[in-house]
Write a protein that binds this ligand. Structure first.
Ligand code: PRP
Length: 208
């Protein structure tokens, strides 16, 4: 049987996740000196470093067993996998933000909202019973209202620095976010013991 394979979101969550692996007593040297290798040994396990949405894809297809990914990605791509643990790393929030001093909720004209997360945004305004036009942007969403493309954005806010430096402010918090452990459904049946041991070790080694 192949080693248990972990899909880890590269970038923001990477360092904090490696700290947890280290606390679990695992040899993280390959993760710390990864070069350009894509499959990295972690003790008896294997780690692949991938983009957030790809964590979900690899877990759903069963080529990875355990995924570490932000709740933002889980909200945007709900699917067939189990969410077993809140790692409480990568804490931030989704928020609705607009240029300082503008009245997003005022007036009758339909509003335009730019976001990298159209599903989350759709759901947020659906709950409010408000019709908005949603435009998908792939990155630096803060640019859209500055260029006049949108009245507001729904985006991730961590320190609030990006909003501040671009003359935007939060109008309303949408939902808090942190990293979660997700697991392939078949893996949890077939390799229950191994996976439960790993996830419970992660829970004990959590840094916060
Ligand atoms: C996220 C988000 C904001 C920024 C917020 O972008 O989209 O731009 O972080 O962080 P802050 O509140 O600490 O300033 P990210 O760096 O993930 O890249 P992206 O713009 O490509 O989504």
């Amino acid at each position: 049987m192949r080693p248990l394979r972990i899909a880890l979101t590269k970038g923001r969550l990477e360092k904090a996740a490696i700290d947890i692996f280290r606390n679990m007593g695992l040899d993280v040297s390959n993760l710390e000196n990864k070069g350009r290798r894509l499959v990295l040994p972690l003790g008896d396990f294997e780690v692949v470093l991938v983009k957030p949405a790809d964590v979900i894809t690899y877990i759903e297809h069963g080529v990875c067993d355990i995924g570490i990914v932000g709740k933002d990605t889980i909200y945007e791509f709900p699917g067939s996998y189990y969410e077993l643990l809140n790692l409480e790393i990568g804490r931030c929030k989704f928020a609705l933000a607009a240029p300082n001093g503008t009245q997003f909720f005022g007036g009758y004209a339909e509003k335009t909202v730019a976001t990298k997360y159209p599903e989350v945004t759709k759901e947020f305004f659906l709950k409010k019973g408000m019709d908005v036009r949603i435009i998908k942007i792939e990155g630096s969403v803060e640019l859209a209202p500055l260029l006049g493309l949108a009245d507001a954005i729904v985006d991730i806010v961590e320190t609030g620095k990006t909003l501040k430096e671009n003359g935007l402010s939060v109008i309303e918090d949408v939902v808090p976010i942190s990293a979660r452990v997700i697991v392939n459904m078949a893996s949890l049946k077939l390799r229950k013991r191994e996976i439960e041991d790993f996830v419970s070790a992660m829970s004990k080694a959590k840094t916060v």
